[in-house]
Design a protein around this ligand. Structure first.
Ligand code: 0A1
Ligand code: ZN
Length: 868
């Protein structure tokens, strides 16, 4: 079992990869389904692998007992347990091995393997859940054709689904019914899925580029079918997009999606049977925000795109996880950019990277996008593997250009279709197909840490030349004290101060620790616009004065660079303020510059509101904290709030005018209406910092008038942060109104846990005792505790009570769901970059967790790494 009582941890090394001794070209799985005792009969056609070491057949298990083992139809005794694995000695080269097991889905609170979710039965097998169902070589380089027979009580489980196509079905006199499914595409065990239960389908069809008709179905509980239209639209758009942009066609006659309430992650790409967290399927204007709509669209696309990047070409081993995840995240980002505003999407993606991945890269859990070792693979479904992985492949698109990149991906899919491939295979295919030399670029797969790029600019008036001098360093990370220089493509423009224009963009590609580049034709020193579009996932330290940043924030023709200039303007000011480097005059001057730039953005009629909404957003506290080491989070919070309040007062009339204008825009899903909704709540946020009484009135009016969840949630979020009577009334109203909708009640928990209210920590303690709270539903746990851990003021309470609360949660949740519990270790693990008093309190909580007698492998790994 995954429990790590007292044995030393087993560390799996990438370098130790060996091909499997036996392959399993075909498997027949027979399930007699029952909530408490499901019988599983697995019949494996096994063949000795010529590339293997000639050893026995190793079948992984996790907490399983083999009730019988037979080989070629005869009872077999030449097998033994090796820990949780079943090892069978077999002569010759080919056999049929049949094993019977019984499992209890209701007792499965880990939600890995076969589990019960509100009367449904469903599976989650990635990464190593299949071994909790039956004994099998549960590794992604063993690909099998699956034939699955499901038998269950017809009344309790009227719908029986598995991967591939339905082959046959029938009923018995005893009230049971059965269905046989066959998936013709060989797949690894982590892509196996089954679902049984009382579900209703929303159906549609898609005709592929070669003219094949595909039936599409989204299965949900009765009552939820009114909220599936957006997901279905997203699925059809994804199928169409993948054909047009990557030439990838769907390959089965049926594509099923099932939404379940209890799910450890967002969704899962099981072949032909995607299983989703309801959060990423269900959406209607009444219950889902615009951000929720985008989440549904992005995750539906992500899982669909895995059909090629993950399923048709899968991973050789789990160290290659970014092969499918980095590439698929890039593909879903590109898709979402094409569906709406590309610049806004890029800004959102960079914001996620900076707030989630940069802190990971600078902390104790830092790892390369292709890790070298792990104890528990579930801990490596990280922002680094996913989001930085996507950035690394995006850099290949920058270096190659879209057409050559497409030639590279075509070659990759052609070469490796049906195979379990490596990141190295991907890079080689892009090199060969796109005609790039990626030798040094491969370091992005090897080295962890966010590269830091220092830029210096000199201008020689006599010759009219500008020289940019670059220095790059990659900071040390655990196990990697010394780093080599990276390939860093920086899209760059030099703006002429007189004309306000630039003479074309340059792609500067850094490859050495120090390099200079010279440009002619500048009578005056230009304004530097660098890393445009965020062409490389690095931190830049560039010579940009306040005036330069104000200029770029107002005029850069690259939308991301405009946003970046605005962020930098605020970052420079707030970092100086937090570090105590501002006297009264420079504080005033800094604020005036920010206020002027923000005022210009509010008044700029050429901007659309969605983009305006990005430009007016202050950098988050996590990103600000990254710039200071060690940091006092309370000072970051106080300075940021003070600036927000100042901007709220200084631009008060503009915010009021904006709130009024946006309030007049009727609900719609078009960009203009979405932009208005985004700005409406941002205006409230600034006003709330400046004038809580007026903001509370406006927020209450917005709440009362809301005909959609974006407005309602935005208003409630603002009210939640204020100590006003309207707060409690609105919270009570919201709870009563949406009591029967679990996803909306999750919002009710999150808004309170993430609020600016000075007693947020007490609120969280009380909410943990609320009748609606449960540790067994990951969405509910995340809603309360992730929102809390991401609330700097509450989490970093000076007495350490926030740290103790998270440690208590980890200890209570670990025996129920170690996978989800382990996710809460990272916030405590940041102690090394926090000021000493809080750092000691955080560390003490990690030590308290480490001292617990039994911990899951998941939590044990994260805690021990965080204490190292
Ligand atoms: N492959 C899925 C993510 C996923 C990973 C693990 C899970 O169970 C713990 C579930 C889903 C994706 O990238 O969407
Ligand atoms: Zn994925």
């Amino acid at each position: 079992m995954k429990d790590s009582a007292s044995q030393p941890p087993v560390v799996i090394q990438r370098a130790d990869y060996r091909p499997p001794a036996w392959l399993v070209p075909d498997i027949a799985l027979d399930f007699l389904l029952d909530l408490a005792a499901t019988q599983v009969t697995a019949t494996l056609d096994v063949e000795r692998n010529a590339a293997g070491d000639g050893g026995p057949l190793r079948l992984n298990g996790d907490g399983l007992v083999a009730q019988s083992v037979s080989v070629d139809g005869e009872p077999h005794s030449a097998w033994a347990m090796d820990g949780d694995d079943l090892v069978v000695e077999l002569p010759g080269d080919a056999h049929q091995v049949t094993i019977e097991t019984t499992i209890d889905p209701t007792a499965n609170t880990q939600l890995s393997g076969l589990y019960a979710s509100g009367g449904l039965l469903c599976t989650q097998c990635e990464a190593e859940g299949f071994r909790r169902i039956t004994f099998f070589p549960d590794r992604p380089d063993v690909l099998s054709r699956y034939t699955v027979t499901l038998t269950a009580d017809k009344a309790a489980f009227p719908v029986l689904l598995s991967n591939g196509n339905p082959m046959d079905s029938g009923e018995e006199d005893d009230g049971t019914h059965w269905a046989i499914w066959h998936d013709p595409w060989p797949k690894p065990s982590y892509l196996f899925a089954l679902v049984a239960g009382d579900l209703i389908a929303t159906r549609d069809r898609f005709t592929t580029m070669s003219g094949r008709d595909v039936d599409l179905a989204i299965w949900v509980r009765a009552g939820d079918e009114t909220r599936t239209a957006h997901a279905m639209r997203a699925l059809i758009a994804s199928m169409d997009w993948d054909e047009k942009v990557y030439g990838r066609e769907y390959d089965l006659d049926l594509f099923n999606i099932v939404a379940v309430s209890d799910f450890n992650a967002g969704a899962m790409e099981n072949k032909g049977l995607n299983i989703f967290n309801t959060r990423y399927i269900l959406a209607d204007p009444e219950t889902a925000t615009d951000a929720d709509y985008d989440g549904v669209e992005g995750v539906v696309a992500h899982e669909y795109f895995h059909n090629w990047s993950g399923n048709r070409v899968t991973c050789r081993d789990w160290f290659q996880l970014s092969l499918k995840e980095g590439f698929t995240v890039l593909r879903d980002q590109q898709f979402s950019a094409d569906q709406g505003s590309a610049p806004v999407k890029r800004i959102e993606d960079v914001r996620v990277l900076r707030s989630a991945q940069f802190p990971e890269d600078s902390g104790p859990l830092a790892h390369p996008i292709r890790p070298d070792s792990y104890q528990e693979i579930s801990n490596f479904y990280t922002a680094t593997v996913y989001n930085k992985g996507a950035e690394v492949i995006r850099m290949m698109t920058v270096l190659a250009g879209p057409e050559r990149f497409r030639a590279g991906t075509d070659l990759y899919f052609e070469r490796h279709d049906g195979e379990a491939a490596t990141c190295e295979d991907f890079v080689t295919a892009i090199e060969d197909g796109a005609g790039l030399d990626l030798k040094q670029f491969r370091r992005w797969y090897e080295q962890a840490g966010t590269p830091q790029v220092d830029v210096g600019m000199t201008h020689d008036a006599a010759s009219g030349t500008v020289t940019l001098a670059f220095k790059q360093t990659v900071p040390p990370t655990p196990g990697q004290p010394v780093k080599q220089p990276m390939v860093i493509p920086l899209r760059t423009a030099l703006f002429d101060r007189a004309t306000g224009r630039h003479g074309g963009e340059h792609l500067i590609v850094l490859a050495d620790a120090a390099q200079t580049f010279t440009f002619d034709g500048f009578a005056e020193a230009p304004v530097l616009s660098i890393n445009r579009g965020f062409s490389a996932p690095v931190a830049i330290n560039a010579p940009q004065s306040v005036e330069d940043l104000v200029f770029l924030a107002g005029h850069d023709d690259d939308a991301f660079a405009r946003y970046e200039a605005m962020q930098q303007l605020v970052v420079q000011h707030l970092v100086a303020a937090v570090e105590g480097r501002l006297d009264d005059a420079s504080r005033e001057a800094g604020r005036a510059a920010i206020g002027g730039a923000l005022g210009a953005i509010l008044a700029d009629t050429a901007l659309d509101d969605l983009m305006r909404g990005e430009l007016v957003m202050l950098p988050g506290e996590a990103y600000l904290a990254e710039q200071i080491n060690p940091v006092d989070p309370a000072r970051v919070h106080a300075e940021r709030e003070a600036l927000k309040a100042w901007l709220g007062r200084e631009l008060g009339d503009a915010w009021r005018g904006l709130h009024d204008r946006c309030t007049a825009v009727p609900y719609g899903l078009d960009a203009a209406a979405r932009g208005a909704r985004k700005l409406k709540t941002q205006a409230l946020v600034y006003l709330a910092a400046a004038d809580p009484v007026e903001a509370a009135q406006r927020a209450k009016a917005q709440y009362d008038a809301a005909d959609n969840m974006t407005d309602r949630q935005g208003a409630l979020m603002v009210l939640c942060g204020l100590d006003v009577p309207a707060r409690d009334d609105a919270l009570a109203h919201f709870h009563a109104r949406f009591a029967d909708n679990r996803l909306v009640i999750d919002k009710w928990f999150s808004l309170q846990a993430g609020s600016l209210h000075p007693r947020a920590l007490d609120h969280v303690r009380a909410l943990a005792q609320h009748a609606d709270f449960t540790l067994t539903n990951p969405n509910r746990v995340r809603a309360l505790y992730m929102a809390f851990a991401a609330n700097p003021q509450a989490f970093h309470a000076a007495d350490g009570a926030g740290y103790a609360l998270i440690a208590d949660l980890i200890l209570a949740l670990d025996p129920i769901n170690g996978n989800v519990a382990a996710r809460f270790v990272a916030p405590l693990g940041r102690w090394r970059r926090i000021e000493p008093v809080r750092a000691a309190l955080m560390r003490a909580q990690l030590e308290r967790i480490a001292a617990a007698p039994r911990l899951s492998r998941d939590v044990r790994e994260q805690v021990s790494k965080s204490l190292d």
